[in-house]
Design a protein around this ligand. Structure first.
Ligand code: GCB
Length: 593
């Protein structure tokens, strides 16, 4: 009998180990490991990766990531998986959309890819970026554990430099989409629990001294003549150079201990939905330089008004999920352009990107199209508000979102949650998120979809004290049958802040055997829109609406004969072509404003 390897020894011992995950749960890949990546030259690792689903976490228990490529005839023991052979999956993708057998799979899945690396003197550092992986992601390079990340919709950055070798390298990524009680979101959501690496994977080679983060914004003092630059740099150089050619700006930025918050005079034309002006901005630090396309604008709240560049604005919006009939959560440029064209056709100047951070390309395009945005983290329904680890996860997701999109003029609202019960624990949890967002980012408003007290029909939620704008989801005419209650709420509430109706709507089924009246009929959906709009437009403190929702979207919990796994509140069906009648009701309203 041949002597068994340590891997084989472990494969036997690990059968009884239920703490197998502990050494890998460091959450060391987080907002602190992010680097500025927009428009940086990148090497794509997209394409086919070896793939296996792993319901029982056998890979972590048996340490599949330590396996080396071995021929069958050279093996000295049996093996349960070979990361170098077998099924493949495209990256980016959601595994549900690839094979029927993976449709309802929730658990760990292993991705393996080999790539070649050649050392460069100029750019000796290498960083990996995974645009997003749902929900937890563990990264291994050349049989070594690099780290893990929590959060399904924000980017993951890991420095690989130390563990890279000349020639062939093996990257293994374990992605886990299990819904658990401590995650953000928790177990129950009204959207599909897709899994996988569903955004792009890239490598960045950087010089020894490099720009780690770079934010530039208009000073929010209503004077419109000062820009603020916030930089963190890795290196010892004492300054960086900022240039905005179109404004004739070449500005030296002093850097102390790798950081700066620096103001200088500038008179940019202001960005707005009517004039989405972007400037090419370049920052150079030693041998590193980054470029971004940035709009400058100011948003604030005065009384119940929302002001954009000191002028009142009404947010003509629509909510949208990241979902596609064929691709699931994967977005393509084509899909995004269609999304913004539909929004423009409706007459929108605003969108709610529900219920988690959308692809950064979507946010960049919103800048170009002149669409204001509500951007959100998935503090949705029930959350373990009393769990410190959950708060840490939520804070990290929010920071990652803010850091990623800080330069995007389109984003005017950070939303910190959706329809969460008003408990002391929730108040503590969410008010600390609100405070963190405001401390980090002085240029945006903070909101959340808050609660109505249905017993006395008033907007009543202790969280509103910590918000700039009150979001209200209301489904009068649908879940709440008595439409008069909405009128009561209007009369009884007297908020001292602007209110956005962050959701309203009704399902409309337009497929074969569609009902001609009542619930799920297109007719009924249209009536709900007509009644809602007629009433909401008279409420003086309502400063925006984002009806639910642009497209029908997939969700496990909807299974009646019309829904069959879909939420049908889309103004457009899941083919992203067929408009329901309510589309024109909303567009007529927006065009009339
Ligand atoms: C809501 C939720 C949203 C749901 C929607 C619905 O209040 O915020 O996520 O999809 O209602 O259709 O029930």
């Amino acid at each position: 009998m041949l002597e068994r390897s340590s891997l084989a020894e472990n494969a036997l011992n690990c059968l009884h180990d239920e703490n197998y995950d502990l050494p890998f749960n460091l959450q060391n890949l987080n907002h602190e490991t992010m680097i500025f990546s927009a428009n940086r030259p990148a090497i794509s690792l997209d394409g086919d990766w070896n793939f296996a689903v792993d319901l029982l976490d056998t890979g972590l228990r048996q340490k599949w990531f330590e396996m080396l490529p071995t021929k069958q005839q050279d093996r000295i023991e049996p093996w349960d998986y070979d990361p170098y052979q077998g099924e493949t999956i495209p990256v980016p993708s959601c595994w549900q959309m690839q094979k029927e057998k993976w449709y309802f799979f929730e658990g760990s899945a292993w991705y393996t890819k080999q790539f070649t690396y050649t050392k460069s003197q100029d750019k000796p550092l290498t960083f990996l970026k995974i645009g997003a992986a749902q929900y937890e992601c563990k990264i291994f390079l050349n049989n070594k554990y690099i780290g893990n990340h929590y959060g399904g919709s924000t980017p993951i950055f890991a420095e690989l430099t130390e563990n890279l070798k000349e020639g062939t390298n093996t990257l293994m990524i374990c992605v886990n989409n299990t819904r658990t009680l401590d995650r953000v979101p928790m177990r129950n959501t009204d959207w599909f629990n897709y899994g996988g690496i569903y955004r792009e994977v890239e490598l960045f080679h950087l010089p020894q001294e490099y720009i780690k983060s770079f934010h530039i914004y208009l000073k929010p003092d209503s004077k419109y003549n000062t820009l603020i630059v916030k930089v963190t740099a890795h290196g010892h150089a004492k300054d960086a150079l900022l240039s905005i050619d179109e404004l004739g700006i070449k500005q030296t930025i002093p850097i102390t201990h790798g950081e700066t918050l620096f103001e200088f005079n500038a008179l940019p034309e202001l960005w707005s939905p009517d004039f989405p002006k972007l400037y090419q901005v370049k920052l150079t630090y030693q041998n590193d330089s980054v470029t971004d396309f940035v709009g400058f604008r100011q948003v604030e709240v005065r009384g119940t008004e929302i002001l954009l560049n000191s002028r009142p604005v009404f947010l003509k919006g629509i909510s949208v999920h990241e979902d596609d009939l064929l691709l699931g959560k994967v977005v393509t440029e084509k899909d995004l352009h269609r999304r913004f064209k539909h929004a423009k056709e409706l007459g929108c100047n605003y969108m709610r990107f529900a219920h988690y951070p959308h692809h950064e390309k979507a946010v960049q395009l919103a800048d170009h199209y002149g669409i204001l945005l509500w951007a959100e983290i998935p503090v949705y329904w029930a959350i373990a508000f009393d769990n410190h680890a959950t708060l840490k996860d939520a804070k990290n997701q929010l920071l990652e979102l803010i850091i990623r999109d800080m330069n995007r003029a389109s984003v005017i609202i950070w939303s910190i949650g959706n329809e969460n019960a008003d408990t002391d624990e929730r108040l503590h949890f969410m008010s600390s998120l609100a405070k963190m967002a405001k401390d980090y980012d002085p240029t945006r408003l903070v909101s959340a979809a808050c609660l109505i007290n249905h017993s006395n029909n008033t907007i009543e939620d202790r969280l509103t004290e910590y918000l700039d704008v009150i979001g209200i989801n209301e489904y009068y005419g649908w879940y709440e049958e008595n439409f008069n209650d909405l009128i009561e709420i209007g009369k009884n509430s007297n908020p001292d802040k602007p209110v956005i109706i962050s959701e309203m709507g009704a399902d409309g089924y337009i497929g074969p055997n569609k009902p001609m009246s009542g619930f799920f009929s297109e007719m009924y959906m249209t009536e709900v829109y007509e009644k809602q709009i007629a009433y909401l437009k008279c409420l003086s403190y309502v400063k925006g609406i984002s009806p639910w929702i642009l497209y029908d979207f997939r969700v496990e919990r909807r299974q009646n004969i019309y829904q069959q796994g879909w939420n049908l509140k889309g103004l457009i069906a899941n083919d992203k072509k067929t408009k329901k009648q309510a589309f024109s009701v909303l567009s007529n309203f927006y065009q009339s404003l």
